[in-house]
Design a protein around this ligand. Structure first.
Ligand code: FWO
Ligand code: ZN
Length: 391
């Protein structure tokens, strides 16, 4: 019932120093400076956090949990994700989405996969829709999806400026955002529209137009892949300086970067240097989505698969290679997504929040232990799979 983590240095994500963290059931009960644990207390597990940093479980706001891809034909469809891939990456909350394919991938199976992962112990949500406008909802509309289905917290990933998008008009786009907004308002959810940005000429045009010509709040949309090739980034910097939130994709291969593509860690440094508030920036992995490369004629010439473990790798790189303090880098995957998606129980080490906790080795920031809703999912780097820890 009770777990007590002692001697760890807490990043909540703000630095709190060494605290004793008490977990009761699936919640954080409290943080203490000096707590005596009675020796004969039954049902209490003491975890020694010496040499470890204690940080909130990560939130990954864009994961293709049922797989995606297929842009090079059926053989290029990407696989469904497994729980242990998520937990060993330090992630305890995911938002699942569909991508290019909304025929052989469906919201019904996305919903089922999200429910399955939740039963296994992590926290999951989904976006209604896919790349396409008009959105194919689960119920009669995206507004209804958001209002009536607990797991649906927004819409996406809607593709803009991409040769694979449905080439929506601005009016069609804005109507989709409006429906998501009202659905969110009426149900106390975020109703955020996650926007896939491609490398097309329009870049962030519709998003600037949304700001200039409509009364929709700019934070209703969250553009992703802002650090991708094709001069998307410079417009994303402008967008963020005007108050928009921007999401950076962590799955680009740092060993093989395309012209103009930036690692999420480096893009974070550039955004902060450009004067963007660190509260406006999130990271997501695009896990299990496809990572196709196209030539100048937009023919597919290569295919990779995005991985959720890139999420924390880029947080670590931000600290180790780009000199960003850990508490700032952590915000991109904790407090910021929690606020943007209105996940009140998530993203912070605080009494009353869900007990989603990652213990990191202090010297190299590698993951040692992962706790989701009070249950240990990863111990000494080994994942719990169907009730037993891996060898
Ligand atoms: C990005 C997901 C892309 C799917 O541009 O958008 O293709 O449906 O699985 N992937 N299309 C690649 C990122 C690394 C930016 C998706 C994919
Ligand atoms: Zn995408």
């Amino acid at each position: 019932m009770l777990k007590v983590i002692r001697n760890a240095e807490v990043y909540a994500p703000e630095y709190l120093g060494v605290k004793t963290v008490v977990i009761a059931g699936d919640k954080i009960e409290g943080l203490y400076d000096d707590l005596k644990v009675p020796e004969n207390f039954i049902d209490i597990e003491v975890i020694d956090g010496k040499g470890l940093l204690l940080v909130p479980g990560l939130i990954d706001n864009h994961v293709h949990i049922t797989g995606g891809g297929g842009e090079g034909g059926f053989a290029t469809r990407t696989p469904e994700i497994q729980l242990s891939q998520i937990t060993t990456a330090g992630i305890t909350t995911v938002i699942g989405c569909l991508g290019t394919d909304n025929v052989c991938r469906e919201l019904t199976s996305l919903y089922a996969k999200a429910c399955g992962l939740e039963e296994e112990g992590i926290t999951t949500y989904i976006y209604s829709g896919s790349y396409e406008i008009p959105v194919k909802p689960l119920t009669r509309s995206i507004k209804e999806d958001i209002m009536l289905i607990d797991k649906v917290i927004g819409v996406g990933e809607i593709a803009l400026s991409d040769h694979r998008s449905s080439q929506p008009t601005f009016e069609e786009f804005i109507r989709t955002v409006a429906l998501a907004r009202v659905g969110g308002m009426l149900s106390g959810k975020s109703g955020v529209v996650n926007i896939h940005l491609g490398t097309g000429k329009k870049k962030l045009q519709y998003l600037f137009k949304l700001m200039e010509e409509t009364e929709l709040p700019v934070k209703q949309v969250l553009p992703t892949h802002c650090n991708r090739e094709g001069k998307v980034f410079s417009e994303a910097v402008k967008f963020a300086k005007l108050g928009g939130n921007v999401d950076l994709t962590t799955s680009f291969n740092p060993e093989d970067m395309e012209e103009g593509e930036l690692r999420a860690s480096e893009a974070l440094q550039e955004l902060i240097r450009a004067g963007v508030s660190e509260d406006n920036i999130t990271f997501s992995s695009d896990g299990n989505g496809s990572l196709p490369t196209f030539n100048s004629a937009n023919e597919i010439v290569g295919l990779g698969i995005c991985s959720v473990d890139s999420l924390f790798k880029e947080v670590r790189a931000a600290v180790q290679e780009y000199n960003i303090p850990l508490e700032k880098a952590l915000k991109t995957v904790t407090t910021n997504p929690a606020r943007i998606f209105k996940l009140k129980q998530k993203g912070a080490i605080e009494a009353g929040k869900d007990a989603d906790i990652v213990l990191l080795h202090k010297e190299d920031l590698t993951i040692n232990q992962v706790i989701a809703k009070g249950k240990i999912h990863v111990k000494a780097g080994k994942a719990l799979i169907r009730g037993v820890y891996e060898k």
